[in-house]
Design a binder for this molecule. Structure first.
Ligand SMILES: NC(=O)c1ccc[n+]([C@@H]2O[C@H](COP(=O)([O-])OP(=O)(O)OC[C@H]3O[C@@H](n4cnc5c(N)ncnc54)[C@H](O)[C@@H]3O)[C@@H](O)[C@H]2O)c1
Ligand SMILES: O=C[C@H](O)CS(=O)(=O)O
Length: 485
């Protein structure tokens, strides 16, 4: 790994009850080279239980602090993350593979949630409602849930943690994080920076190791009141079932299959740039990546020509190399899925316009790919590719494309490009997705409620909505008020 400015940030032990513990015995590899860059502990149920119990002990004192005290601690964490931006991005690119510039952008994005919720901590309000009796008053208070479990994916190893942990801590909850086995180092840096920010021991814990054993504890321990999960839909369904035994709240951010629709009145260059941003960010490994590109017939050929020209300019390589904008895929399994989607599409009549095969660099590098002649019966239409594959479908009418766009079990993000203001509202309201990008391919911000519908999940992260997930309403009926005075 490249040298760090602060070597103290490279942590290779789990973080439980304010201490780094465990013997580092499980390799962490650089997806660009396959080289082992570090080892972390392969912990299981016992460690997870210790972490939950530490979080449980820390909960009442942490919740008893004033909102301003919690806010100040989060603010220190934000400032420490910003100060460590370059080292955090170096570690992130080393274990996840994304281009360094994208990693810097992710650190900024991750930090923005900590900054935002440091302020939102002070804006969790209650209510006094009109009473049903003259001698009584109705008070409604928002209280923190308690211990929160967070299980997070490898594709955004910093932002997917702070997007859950920051609002949870701001609300007064304490947290146990199980990061993805592919990217534990970034999670451990965030833990070290939380320690430096003086979060109380036990308030923020990171347990690395056996996902099934750790997840089994996090979804069943009675002290855990919410399981926050970001990852694939199948895993989300499994965790939801496991959490049912103790009636835990489950906040799910799951898979996507985003349609990207270009109407014939769209600005084509804007649409092409929107497709590039939405499709190829993180080499196509984001939950809101365009998965299906629908282009209205009259502009289909000009759009395909311009998109193909831009895709062929994308430089593939190691994330630390200057000019590289496409890093490696996370694993051989990820490459195999892209290859399977391409092979299936070609077998059903699609054609390659750009790329289409593993990159000459070898390993898990893949050529950014455009295919035309895509159709609804292809795997790439029905399942999330999660790689640098841009399939183009042709369509004739608005009604036809709306039906095609909505014909999936998932409903996370959708995009469309038009300059017809009436169509903007028709499509925005009729698309069955949690988020819609209109004339833009980039929608993610801490200021907005991020999340999906249908099998893309049931929660929102970001905005004020994102902190309410970690609170519970307490209703108090205050009687005995003598109206006579
Ligand atoms: N909606 C969102 O905000 C969002 C964000 C990022 C990724 N995703 C989705 O995540 C998927 C890619 O991420 P992934 O491949 O890491 O997903 P994944 O479901 O395989 O893994 C996600 C996390 O769950 C853990 N996990 C897996 N099986 C588990 C089990 N049985 N018990 C406990 N934990 C378990 C993993 O170790 C990892 O930490 C894609 O579908 C993508 O769309 C969604
Ligand atoms: O992969 C899922 C992330 O939520 C992507 S984003 O950076 O929030 O758009």
């Amino acid at each position: 790994m490249r040298t760090l400015e602060d070597n103290g940030l490279m942590k290779t032990q789990a973080f439980i009850d304010g201490c780094f513990v465990g013997s580092a015995d499980t390799p962490v590899t650089d997806p660009a080279s396959g080289a082992v860059i570090a080892h972390v502990p392969n912990l299981g149920a016992d460690a997870a239980t210790q972490a939950v119990e530490a979080a449980s002990r820390a909960f009442r004192p942490w919740a008893a602090k004033t909102a301003k005290e919690r806010s100040a601690t989060l603010r220190r964490w934000f400032e420490l993350i910003v100060a460590a931006r370059s080292d955090l991005a170096t570690i992130l690119t080393s274990e996840q593979g994304k281009p360094f510039a994208e990693a810097l952008g992710e650190i900024d994005y991750a930090a923005s949630y900590v900054e935002f919720y440091a302020e939102e901590a002070k804006r969790i309000a209650g209510e006094i409602l009109p009473s049903h009796r003259p001698d009584a008053r109705i008070l409604v208070q928002r209280q923190p849930l308690g211990v929160v479990a967070a299980i997070t994916p490898w594709n955004f190893p910093a932002a997917m943690i702070t997007r859950k942990v920051a609002p949870a801590l701001a609300a007064g909850c304490t947290v146990v994080v199980k990061p993805a086995p592919e990217t534990p180092l970034t999670a451990l840096v965030l833990a070290e920076l939380a320690r430096r920010a003086d979060f109380p021991a036990g308030s923020f814990n990171v347990v690395t190791g056996d996902a099934i054993a750790i997840g089994g504890v996090l979804t069943s321990h009675p002290a855990v009141r919410l399981v926050g999960f970001t990852g694939s839909t199948p895993t989300g369904k499994l965790l939801m079932r496991q959490a049912a035994s103790t009636v835990k709240r489950v906040a799910l951010e799951l898979g996507g299959n985003a349609p990207f629709i270009v109407f014939d009145d769209a600005d084509i260059d804007t649409a092409v740039e929107g497709a590039m941003a939405s499709k190829f960010r993180n080499s196509g490994q984001t939950c809101v990546c365009t998965n299906r590109i629908y282009v209205q017939s009259a502009v289909h050929d000009v759009f395909v020509a311009r998109l193909t020209e831009r895709v062929k300019q994308l430089r593939v390589g190691c994330g630390f190399d200057d000019g590289v904008v496409q890093g490696p895929l996370i694993s051989e399994r990820a490459v195999a899925k892209v290859e399977a989607h391409i092979a299936d599409a070609l077998g059903k009549g699609a054609e390659i316009a750009a790329g289409g095969k593993r990159h000459a660099l070898g390993g898990t590098f893949f050529e950014p790919t455009v295919i035309t002649g895509a159709a609804a019966d292809m795997l790439l239409a029905q399942d999330e590719t999660f790689g640098p594959l841009a399939p183009v479908f042709r369509f004739e009418t608005e009604a036809e494309v709306l039906q095609a766009a909505n014909a999936t079990e998932t409903g996370l993000a959708a995009y469309f490009f038009t300059r017809d203001s009436a169509r903007v509202f028709r499509m925005m309201e009729r698309l069955e997705f949690g988020m819609v990008g209109v004339n833009t391919g980039l929608i993610s911000t801490e200021l907005a409620p991020f999340g999906g519908v249908k099998e893309s999940g049931n929660s929102r992260e970001g905005s004020h909505h994102g902190i309410l997930e970690f609170t519970e309403l307490k209703y108090a009926c205050i009687g005995g008020i003598d109206a006579a005075g």
